[in-house]
Design a protein around this ligand. Structure first.
Ligand SMILES: [Zn+2]
Ligand SMILES: [Zn+2]
Length: 348
């Protein structure tokens, strides 16, 4: 896609900042010139410019490897179960009462943040080994002028999403238990969340006065995992409060189920913004929806970012059910069915 087309497709009621606003030069400048947030992001080892300096470059026709859903489950579940195990141990040790909601918010907020960072690192690791889609074009980094904004967005994700779960479902006297219905909830939550997200996301693209709240997220045409949370404040409220609230009151899981489900949601969000050149179906739903052609994979949301206002497609972020139903799903280019190398599994 030519650069003029990129700018044109991002037109809307309010003009976006110029393209150079996505320039990333600060990671290569002397560290004494960095501010504290730059140091913080650097110390987390999540910067694609530094962690993925020379990704493999492959032509679009080259076959893509695949990553099975069960391998992703085996990676996500143990990491999501650690906070649960600590929570349960404390509950038992403290004679049937866990932390106060405030203390629990601190504990689970920290656990959630650590988990998100591990997800981003994992995606960067895969990108370093398998490269990116549309590999001729350089991936965006963490832009110079948006370091603070991205940091605040990450805090929003951790604070508000967790706050919602604590407020709706946390009870210090409830015994933390794994529900036998957990796999069903993981699937159902992704499908319902995606419905509400589809409606809200498509509205931001189709209704002129709403586009201005989604415009910042679309400044990146080639996203990376850390840009999953890169958005206007209004969108952050929608992403982290409105859509999860509508989903949570539809399904009403217990707190432990809700927290583990969030691990799948965050994983899929970072994966969807990773651009990794591999066929990676969303683990929560892919193993079922793949047989119906309704699963979402990395390339789907990557392609969504290549477009802007009113000319976009692939609005779902957890499945392709609603895009298919409402006629907004578009074919894949590099990870289409006949270009997947089923003899080449991704080493995870
Ligand atoms: Zn969008
Ligand atoms: Zn996005």
């Amino acid at each position: 896609m030519k650069s003029e087309d990129l700018v044109k497709s991002n037109e809307g009621p309010r003009q976006p900042p110029k393209k150079h606003h996505m320039t990333t030069s600060w990671p290569f400048k002397p560290r004494y010139t960095w501010n504290i947030l730059m140091w913080y992001v650097w110390l987390l080892h999540v910067l694609p410019d530094l962690e993925v300096p020379n990704p493999p470059k492959l032509p679009k026709s080259a076959k893509v490897p695949f990553l099975a859903e069960y391998k992703q489950w085996l990676w996500i579940l143990p990491r999501a179960l650690v906070p649960f195990a600590i929570h349960r141990a404390y509950y038992e040790y403290n004679d049937g009462k866990a932390w106060s909601p405030l203390m629990a918010h601190v504990f689970f907020g920290y656990a959630f943040q650590v988990y998100a960072v591990i997800c981003i690192r994992k995606m960067n690791d895969l990108a370093a080994r398998y490269g990116y889609f549309d590999s001729e074009v350089k991936r965006d980094g963490v832009p110079d002028v948006y370091v603070t904004k991205i940091f605040i967005s990450l805090v929003f994700v951790v604070f508000f999403r967790l706050f919602l779960g604590m407020f709706l479902f946390y009870d210090p006297y409830e015994k933390p238990t794994l529900s036998p219905w957990l796999p069903v909830y993981i699937f159902a939550y992704a499908v319902v969340l995606d419905f509400w997200f589809y409606v809200y996301h498509r509205a931001m693209h189709d209704i002129p006065w709403l586009w201005k709240y989604h415009r910042v997220h679309h400044l990146t045409k080639h996203p990376n995992p850390i840009l999953s949370a890169f958005a206007d404040v209004e969108q952050e409220i929608g992403d982290n409060l409105l859509v999860p609230l509508l989903t949570s009151i539809t399904l009403r899981p217990d707190f432990t189920t809700w927290f583990i489900v969030q691990a799948f949601v965050v994983y899929t969000e970072t994966m969807g913004h990773s651009g990794i050149r591999a066929y990676i179906p969303a683990p929560a739903t892919g193993y079922i929806l793949r047989h119906l052609g309704l699963e979402i994979c990395v390339e789907d949301h990557d392609k969504h970012h290549s477009r802007g206002w009113r000319k976009s497609f692939n609005y779902g972020k957890q499945t392709r059910i609603w895009d298919t139903l409402f006629g907004t799903a578009r074919p894949r280019e590099e990870s289409r069915d006949d270009n997947i190398d089923w003899n080449h599994p991704v080493s995870f």
